[in-house]
Design a binder for this molecule. Structure first.
Ligand code: C5P
Ligand code: MG
Length: 197
C-alpha cells in the first residue's frame, strides 16, 4: 500500500435541499471561490433532454414535469466527473443522490473512487421555495405550481431519507437558506473553510 492511491480519489461535496432552496446559486458562488467543478444532476438531465436524437429525452421530460426521479442508469454522474478530468480539485454534486436508487447506483459505481467530504444541506420554508421557483423565470417546464407540489412530495418522501443516511455518518452540514443571499453564502463559505477547502 502506498499513500499515493488516495490522491486519485475524486473529492465530492453533495448539495441537497428542496426545490428552490438555492442549490444552484450556492454552487455558482462556491465554484468561483474554490475552483471546484459544479455538476448539477438536473442540468445534466435537461441537457440530455435537449440533445437531438436522445433516446431518453421524452422519458426525462416526463419525470421532470411529474417531479419524479429519473433512473440512475440515465443520471450517470460518474461519466460527467470523468469528462471533467482527473485534475479537478473537487466536485460539487448538486441535486444528487436524490433517492435510494440514485444512492445505490452511486455506491455501485463510485465505491473506492471518491472521498465524500460532506453534504451541504440547504433548508428553506416551502412557501419561500415555491415563490422562488415560480418567479425565477428560467422557463422550466417544472416551475409551475402543480409540478412544484409533486417535487416537494418527492423531496419529502425520497430525498430526506438520503439526508438522514448521511446525517448518521456525521456528514451533514445544514445551512438555513431562507435568508438573504449574503447571509446564506457567508455560512456556506464557513462550512467549506471548516472542511479544509
Ligand atoms: O435539481 P433540479 O431542481 O434541477 O431537478 C429538476 C428535476 O430533474 C427533478 O425534479 C427530477 O425530475 C430530475 N432529477 C432527477 N434526478 C436527480 C436530479 C434531478 O431525476 N438526481
Ligand atoms: Mg438546480
Amino acid at each position: 500500500m502506498t499513500g499515493d492511491s488516495s490522491q486519485k480519489l475524486f473529492k465530492v461535496v453533495f448539495i441537497l435541499g428542496p426545490p428552490g432552496s438555492g442549490k444552484g446559486t450556492c454552487c455558482h458562488a462556491i465554484q468561483k471561490n474554490h475552483g471546484l467543478i459544479h455538476l448539477s444532476a438536473g442540468d445534466l438531465l435537461r441537457e440530455e433532454r435537449q440533445r437531438e436524437g436522445s433516446e431518453v429525452g421524452a422519458l426525462i421530460e416526463a419525470h421532470i414535469r411529474n417531479g419524479t426521479i429519473v433512473p440512475v442508469e440515465i443520471t450517470c454522474m460518474f461519466q460527467a466527473m470523468r469528462a471533467a478530468g482527473d485534475s479537478a480539485k473537487g466536485f460539487l454534486v448538486d441535486g444528487f443522490p436524490r433517492n435510494q436508487d440514485n444512492l445505490d447506483g452511486w455506491k455501485r459505481q463510485m465505491s473506492g473512487k471518491v472521498d465524500e467530504k460532506f453534504v451541504l444541506f440547504l433548508t428553506c420554508p416551502t412557501d419561500d421555495c415555491i415563490k422562488r421557483c415560480l418567479n425565477r423565470g428560467e422557463g422550466r417546464s417544472d416551475d409551475n405550481e402543480e409540478s412544484f407540489r409533486k417535487r416537494i412530495d418527492t423531496y419529502n418522501s425520497q430525498t430526506l431519507p438520503i439526508v438522514e443516511f448521511y446525517k448518521k455518518q456525521g456528514l451533514v452540514r445544514e445551512v438555513n437558506s431562507g435568508r438573504p443571499i449574503e447571509q446564506v453564502l457567508e455560512d456556506v463559505e464557513r462550512v467549506f473553510t471548516e472542511a479544509g477547502f
